[in-house]
Write a protein that binds this ligand. Structure first.
Ligand SMILES: Cc1cc2nc3c(=O)[nH]c(=O)nc-3n(C[C@H](O)[C@H](O)[C@H](O)COP(=O)(O)O)c2cc1C
Length: 185
C-alpha cells in the first residue's frame, strides 16, 4: 500500500535553525509510517491575502503565485505540521501569509487530515500557540497539541530536553491516530 504523506511547512528564514531542527526530529520519527516532505515557505513566493473575496465564490485563490504549488500539497498530505519561530510575539510573516491564503480551505475540505504545530522562541512565545491552535481549528483538521521549544542561536533547541520529549510524544500520537483511522476505514 502506498504511504500517506506527512508534510512540515516551515516558516523560519533559517534552514538550519531551531524550528527546522525540531521539525526534522518529528519527520524522522514519522518516516517509517509516512512519506515525508519538508517545505521552507521562504523558498516560495507567497503574497498576503489581498481581500478580493474571489475565493468566497470560487473556492480557489485569485492570486497566481507559488501558493498554487502548495495548495495541491496541502490537499495530498494526511498530516500537516506547521512550524514557526516566534517573531515579535507571534508566528512569522512567512507563516502568516501562508495561513491567510488558505481561507477558501476552511469549509471542511481538509477535515479528514491531522494537523499540529511546532513553535520556537527565545523566551516568550506571546500569541504563537494561540495562532496555531486557532488556525488549525479553522481548517477543521484533527488537531493534536503541538510542541513549544526554547532557543535563540541556531542549534540551541537541541538541548531543550522537554521539547525533544514532546516531539516524541507528538510523533507517537500522530502514528497512533493514523493507525486508528486506517483500521476504521
Ligand atoms: C525579528 C525577531 C523577533 C523575535 N521575537 C521574539 C519574541 O517575541 N519572543 C521570543 O521568545 N523570541 C523572539 N525571537 C527569537 C527567535 O524566536 C528565536 O531565535 C528562534 O529560535 C528562531 O528560530 P529559528 O532558529 O528556527 O529561526 C525573535 C527573533 C527575531 C529575529
Amino acid at each position: 500500500m502506498e504511504k500517506q504523506k506527512a508534510i512540515g511547512f516551515i516558516g523560519s528564514p533559517r534552514k538550519n535553525g531551531n524550528t527546522a531542527i525540531l521539525t526534522n526530529e518529528l519527520l524522522e520519527l514519522l518516516k517509517d509510517s509516512f512519506e515525508i516532505e519538508k517545505i521552507f515557505l521562504k523558498d516560495y513566493n507567497i503574497n498576503p491575502c489581498k481581500e478580493c473575496y474571489y475565493c468566497t465564490e470560487n473556492e480557489e485563490c485569485s492570486i497566481k503565485d507559488d501558493m498554487q504549488i502548495l495548495y495541491p500539497k496541502l490537499k495530498e498530505a494526511q498530516v500537516i505540521i506547521l512550524s514557526s519561530p516566534i517573531f515579535m510575539g507571534g508566528i512569522t510573516s512567512y507563516m502568516k501569509a501562508f495561513m491567510e491564503r488558505t481561507w477558501h480551505l476552511r469549509k471542511g475540505q481538509l477535515e479528514s487530515k491531522t494537523g499540529s504545530y511546532i513553535i520556537v522562541g527565545r523566551r516568550d512565545i506571546g500569541s504563537g500557540k494561540n495562532e496555531m491552535e486557532e488556525y488549525l481549528s479553522r481548517l477543521k483538521v484533527n488537531k493534536i497539541t503541538g510542541v513549544l521549544g526554547f532557543g535563540f542561536r541556531e542549534g540551541d533547541v537541541s538541548t531543550d530536553e522537554e521539547a525533544l520529549k514532546d516531539i516524541q510524544r507528538l510523533g507517537s500520537q500522530i502514528i497512533n491516530l493514523n493507525r486508528k483511522n486506517s483500521a476504521n476505514e
